[in-house]
Design a protein around this ligand. Sequence first.
Ligand code: FUB
Length: 322
Amino acid sequence: MKMRYLVPDDYMADPAVHVFGDRLYIYPSHDRESGIPENDNGDHFDMCDYHVFSLDDVENGVVTDHGKVLEVKNIPWAGRQLWDCDVAFKNGKYYMYFPLKDKTDIFRIGVAIADRPEGPFIPQPDPIRGSYSIDPAILDDGGNFYMYFGGLWGGQLQRYRDNKALESAAFPADNEPALPSRVVRLSADMLQFAEEPRPVVILGKDGKPLTAGDTEKRFFEASWIHKYLGKYYFSYSTGDTHLLCYATGDNPYGPFTYQGVILTPVVGWTTHHAIVEFKGKWYLFHHDCVPSGGKTWLRSLKVAELKYDADGSIQTINGGGQ
Ligand code: FUB
């Protein structure tokens, strides 16, 4: 199939995608022009609501916009910036996990609940206890639910070690292990962490953890997780080197071994994705800034078919940028 823009009339980014029933649901960030100048802190990603989209045929189907399903103004603990969310289904309810800065400008992860996949989602009064940073992605592993999260720079992950806030942000030296994404099992009621978050260690082919200086391979943000032929595929953005990469492992906690590039750089700064199987084909949902003429904070949703080689490797897709 050809790459396809999914929502040509609005700016949407950071897709999380799941099949619920016989439809595919897309949960993106909703980009907007708020006039905040671009900076390394990501202040220009000043989103204030989410829409949900669904379709029944990825290649030709009409994309239904289910409208606004959650707004910053209705979240009791809100400060600003609704970034990449994800949604999970358990026991008849849909749980949306979203990162948002609280009133002290610290990112926390909140939960909102709906009766239907298209929302509306009603937020809990407080963020998840012990949550921090951004980009939650949920794995339903046969009824056990795991959240992967974290992001560098504006995502604030460099402000934490061992799940505790540092007095000030600290990056490892280039030859030290890279800062990892985190994984944590969710509580039975889906509203809290059931344990302390653990590091998602990515090993190089030499069996050693990737280092902070290995910027074309190490984790930066945009965690996603899917299973293929019994293996766990952890995928992510390398941020300032603009690649989507993946690593594979044998269980949800890893370690994962680096495998390669899924998507070369797109037009824009951020790259972010979801991988999902629907009606017998695999798809990569992602975004770029072509329709906005390269404005990094106004991104558009795209989809391309994703293919595996016989050994389970993912074939690299050309993002068309840089
Ligand atoms: O959309 C805001 C941020 O940009 C996301 O949380 C990151 O993953 C990046 O795509």
